[in-house]
Design a protein around this ligand. Sequence first.
Ligand code: NAD
Ligand code: IPM
Ligand code: MN
Length: 368
Amino acid sequence: MKSYQICCLPGDGIGPEILAQGVRVLEAVAARCGFAVRCENHAIGGVAIDATGTPLPDETLAAAEAADAVLLASVGGPRWDTTDPAAPRPEQGLLGIRKALGLYLNLRPVHVFDALVDASSLKPELVRGVDMLIVRELTGGLYFGARERIEDAPGKGVDGAPGVWCSDALEYGEGEIDRVVRFAFEAAAGRPGGHVCSVDKANVLGTSKLWRDVAERVAAENPDIPFENMLVDNCAMQLVARPAQFDVLVTENTFGDILSDEASMLTGSLGMLASASLGSGTPLFEPSHGSAPDIAGLGIANPLAQILSVALLCRHGLGEAKAADMIEAAVEQTLNDGWRTRDIAAPGTPEGCILGTDAMCDKVLERL
Ligand code: NAD
Ligand code: IPM
Ligand code: MN
C-alpha cells in the first residue's frame, strides 16, 4: 500500500481547530482509496515563536522538506502584533516556508457552489456558475523585494523633522513571471472556460510593464487560448460587477493576495477558499484565510477551506485524483443537503442547520 508522509502545521487562532478536521478527512479518504497517510504536527507561526523564539524552527522546515506534502492551517494573531519592527512575526514563518520550499505558484480556485449562491454578498444571478482560478505569484514581487528602514532620516518626520523612513521594493526578474504565466496557460488549456486574464498596473509600475511584456510573449506562444490584460484597479471592480467573465486570472503576489480575498465573497465566505502552493520543493496546501482571531476557540470556524485544501493536497500533492474528487463531491453534497456554518448561512437559514466546526466536518465524513 502506498504511504505518504504529511507535515501538518496547525499554527495559531482557529488553525488547530480546522487542521484537525482536515486530518480527519484525509485519513478517511485514504482508507477508502487504499493509501496510507502518516500525519505529524509541527510548530509554525506564533506558537513556534512562543516555544522556540522563531516562527519557522529548523526542525519544522526539515520535516516539511522530508514530507510528501505540507498541510497548513493559519498563522498570526494580536498576541504577536507588536510595534517593534525587529520582533519576530508569525507571518514570517509562512513567508519563510514558501520561500524555502521554492513555492512560487499559488492556486486559489474560486468555485461558487450552487447551494451557496444566496450566501454571497452579491446577487445570486451574478455569482451562479462562477468558477475561476486565481494564479498568484508567491515568492517574489512586493513581498520579497529589498526592505529598508531608517529610524532618524533627515526631513522624513512630521513638518520636516527627522523621522522614520521605510521602503519595500517591488522586484521581478522575467523568469519569475514567465513560469507563473506559463502555468496559467497550461491550466487554462485543461479547463472548460479556457481563457487567461493577466492582471497588472502597467500604466504605472515598471515591474508591471515587464509582467505585461512577458505575459504577451507567452500568450503569443498559445494562440488558441483567449488572452487579455487588465489593470488591477479595474479588475477589483470587474470581480464584483461581472465575475463570470473570468476563468484563469494570473497576477503579482500582493495583487493576488488582495484580489483572492475579494473574490472569496463570491463563494459566500473566505472560509470556503482553499489554496495550493507549488514549485520546486514539497507542495503546501492551506486555506486562503487567516487565523480569524475574532472567532478562535469558539468552535464555529468554517472547516471547508481546510477540507477543500486537503482535496487539492490529494490531487496536486499526492497524485490521488480520485480521493480529491471524492472530498469535493462530499463537500458539495453536504451543502446541497442544507448544512451550513454561520459564515455561509444565508438569511433565513433554520438555526438547526447551522453547525460548528467539528459537526460540519462530521457531515462531510458521512458523505465521503
Ligand atoms: P482572517 O482571514 O483571519 O479573517 C478575516 C475575517 O474572515 C474574520 O472576520 C474571520 O472571522 C473570517 N474568517 C476567516 N476564516 C474563517 C473561517 N474559516 N470560518 C469563518 N470565518 C472566517 O484575516 P485577518 O483578521 O485580517 O487576520 C488575522 C491574522 O491572520 C493576522 O495575524 C494575519 O496576518 C493572519 N493571516 C494568516 C494567513 C495564513 O496563515 N495563511 C492568511 C491571512 C491572514
Ligand atoms: C495569505 C496571507 C499571507 C499572505 C500572510 C499571512 C503573510 O494573507 O496567505 O493570503 O499575505 O500571503
Ligand atoms: Mn491573504
